[in-house]
Structure formats: structure tokens, C-alpha cells
Design a protein around this ligand. Structure first.
Ligand SMILES: Nc1nc2c(ncn2[C@@H]2O[C@H](COP(=O)(O)OP(=O)(O)O)[C@@H](O)[C@H]2O)c(=O)[nH]1
Ligand SMILES: *[C@@H]1O[C@H](CO)[C@@H](O)[C@H](O)[C@H]1NC(C)=O
Ligand SMILES: *[C@@H]1O[C@H](CO)[C@@H](O)[C@H](O)[C@H]1NC(C)=O
Ligand SMILES: [Mg+2]
Length: 290
């Protein structure tokens, strides 16, 4: 009875070898499956964090849903933050810190029985993306002008208001715009009629040069690509042609826009009498009610 034992052992170890092979295969398979699952998970996590990260530069979904946004735009130093502060803290007599605009200010404010979400966007070009993301949801736009420095800043001011009014959503929504000629306390301030006339002249020039740029771009495209990529070029050209403000062949006038435009004067210097604020508040309330 000495023989069967080694035989059995041989058979047994052979069986163990088979089981070990199957076991190893199973471990490898399960391992690969778990590895695959973990990878899927981390891919999902990383795409989520990419979405979150881009949300910091764009808008969160909560901001996107707002229907009471009043967006303050205008060149640097015109008085947007002064206006934002006045509207948010109407009873404050203290002089709040005037700081160089470093970021977008956005907050709810109770204005004449309405809740407005006031967004103050710095005038610098680097805030262009913020402007482009807030403008489409704006119920109203307040464009603040420094009436004392318009002659020096006319080109950049006109370019800025052109960009605002040429925004596709601002056009289709026919977003109302309040053109606020600020710093009227200063004896050098131009009247609102003068501000309007200067801006219309400059927008008219801008429109002509943008149109010329578009025509030469189109000619270049036709010459370069022939008919092959014609469809895409036409689409791009159509996109740009909606940039045109007012009527072709007629001098630009704010009255020709589909957007309701109101023109007012204001003085928002803190520690002094402010003027024009009630007008602004009732414009905001009317705009939110309409
Ligand atoms: N004289 C005068 N100064 C103003 C008026 N509104 C704002 N300012 C001043 O203009 C400067 C720029 O104002 P700010 O609100 O920061 O401009 P923003 O860059 O458009 O936000 C500050 O020193 C303000 O105190 C105004 O109506 N009259
Ligand atoms: C503001 O503009 C409206 C409409 O153009 C005008 O009726 C009103 O008198 C203006 N207010 C001031 C204070 O200029
Ligand atoms: C507030 O709204 C009412 C009604 O909409 C209006 O009559 C009034 O003039 C407004 N007041 C101010 C301060 O805007
Ligand atoms: Mg500011």
C-alpha cells in the first residue's frame, strides 16, 4: 500500500497545478476587470473636475438660470463699481473702498420692489469672456460712460458698446440698454446729447471699417479656396455679417436698433449729492417687470 500514495500524490499535485493555473487565470482576469473599472472611475472623476474647473471661468448652472440679471458694462473708470455700490447699499453714507476693478462683482439687490441680480464687469479686455457669458442672460444692460473723458476714450468706448450691441443674444433678446452719461457733477462733462452724437459718429466709422475688413476677408477666401470650402466660408461670413449695426447705407443711429435705448445723466460721486439714481432704479424695475 506504499504505491497508491505517491500516485495519489502525483495525481493530487497534478490537480493542484491545474487548479493553480485556473486560479491564476481568474486572479489575472478579475484583476484586469478591477483595473478597468478603476480606470473608468478616474476618467469620470477627471472629466468631472475638468467641467468644474471650466465652470470657474464660465458660469455655474445656477448663474445661467437667472432671469433678473442687470449687467453693468463700460470703460475702465467710468463709474460702474460706484453705481453697483450705490444700488446695493442705497442708505450707506460711508465712502466704501474704491478699488481698482479686479473681478466681476455680482449680487442680488432689492430695487424698487424688484430683486435684481447686479453684475459689474470690469472694462478691461481681459474680462471679455466674462462679458460674453453674462450678456446673453442680461435682462437689461447699463452702459456707463465717463462724460468727462469721452474725447480721449471715444474709440475704445465705441468698440466696447459695439461689441455689446453686436452680441448675438443681445440682438435676438432685444435687451434694453441704458446709456448712462456719468460724472455730470464735473464741469467738463459732456451732455448726454453730445455723448450720444459722438458715439454715433464713432460707431458709424467702426461699422464702415469692420465692413471693409469683412469684404476683404471674403475676397481673400474666395481667391484662396475657390468653391471647395464655400459652405463653411459662407457660414462664417453670415455669422460676421450679423455684426452689422443699424441700416446699410444710412448713418448709424441708436434709434435704428431693435433694442430699447434710454439715455440718462448721472452723478455718483460718493460723499456728495448723487443724481440720476432714482431714474436708474426705476429703469431697472421697469426692465425687470417688462
Ligand atoms: N466726479 C465723479 N467721479 C466719479 C463718479 N462716479 C465715479 N467716480 C469716480 O471715478 C473713479 C472710477 O469709478 P469706478 O466706479 O471704480 O469705475 P469703474 O472702473 O467703471 O468701476 C472713482 O474714483 C470714483 O470715485 C461721478 O459721478 N463723478
Ligand atoms: C432719462 O431718460 C428718460 C427717457 O429718455 C427721460 O424721460 C428722463 O427725463 C431722463 N431723466 C433724466 C434725469 O435725465
Ligand atoms: C417704484 O415703482 C413705482 C411703480 O412701479 C413707481 O411709481 C415709482 O416711481 C418707483 N420709484 C422709484 C424710486 O423708482
Ligand atoms: Mg469697477
Amino acid at each position: 500500500m506504499a504505491e497508491p500514495t505517491p500516485l495519489l500524490q502525483t495525481a493530487g499535485s497534478g490537480g493542484t497545478g491545474l487548479y493553480m493555473l485556473i486560479g491564476t487565470l481568474l486572479v489575472v482576469l478579475v484583476g484586469a476587470f478591477v483595473w478597468y473599472l478603476l480606470n473608468q472611475q478616474s476618467a469620470a472623476i477627471s472629466s468631472q473636475s475638468i467641467a468644474l474647473a471650466s465652470g470657474i471661468h464660465g458660469l455655474s448652472s445656477a448663474q445661467k438660470k437667472r432671469n433678473n440679471a442687470i449687467v453693468l458694462v463700460g470703460p475702465m473708470g467710468a463709474g460702474k463699481t460706484a453705481l453697483w455700490t450705490r444700488l446695493r447699499f442705497p442708505d450707506s453714507t460711508a465712502q466704501p473702498e474704491t478699488q481698482t476693478s479686479m473681478s466681476v462683482n455680482a449680487a442680488e439687490a432689492h430695487i424698487n420692489e424688484s430683486n435684481a441680480y447686479l453684475v459689474d464687469i470690469p472694462g478691461h479686455q481681459k474680462y471679455r469672456l466674462d462679458r460674453d457669458s453674462y450678456l446673453p442672460m442680461a435682462r437689461g444692460i447699463i452702459f456707463v460712460v465717463d462724460s468727462t473723458r469721452l474725447s480721449e476714450t471715444i474709440r475704445s468706448t465705441a468698440e466696447l458698446i459695439y461689441d455689446v450691441l453686436a452680441n448675438a443674444k443681445v440682438q435676438t433678446n432685444e435687451t434694453p440698454l441704458l446709456l448712462l452719461c456719468n460724472k455730470q457733477d464735473d464741469p467738463m462733462a459732456l451732455s448726454n446729447a453730445r455723448v450720444k452724437a459722438l458715439l454715433e459718429d464713432e460707431i458709424d466709422k467702426l461699422r464702415a471699417s469692420r465692413q471693409a475688413g469683412l469684404d476683404s476677408l471674403r475676397d481673400a477666401n474666395v481667391a484662396a479656396s475657390g468653391a471647395a470650402a464655400g459652405d463653411e466660408d459662407d457660414a462664417a461670413a453670415d455669422e460676421r455679417i450679423s455684426d452689422f449695426l443699424g441700416y446699410d447705407g444710412k448713418k448709424f443711429s441708436f434709434e435704428d436698433l431693435p433694442n430699447p435705448i434710454q439715455l440718462n445723466e448721472s452723478s455718483l460721486v460718493l460723499g456728495h449729492d448723487t443724481s440720476g439714481l432714482e431714474q436708474i432704479e426705476s429703469w431697472i424695475a421697469d426692465t425687470l417687470h417688462s
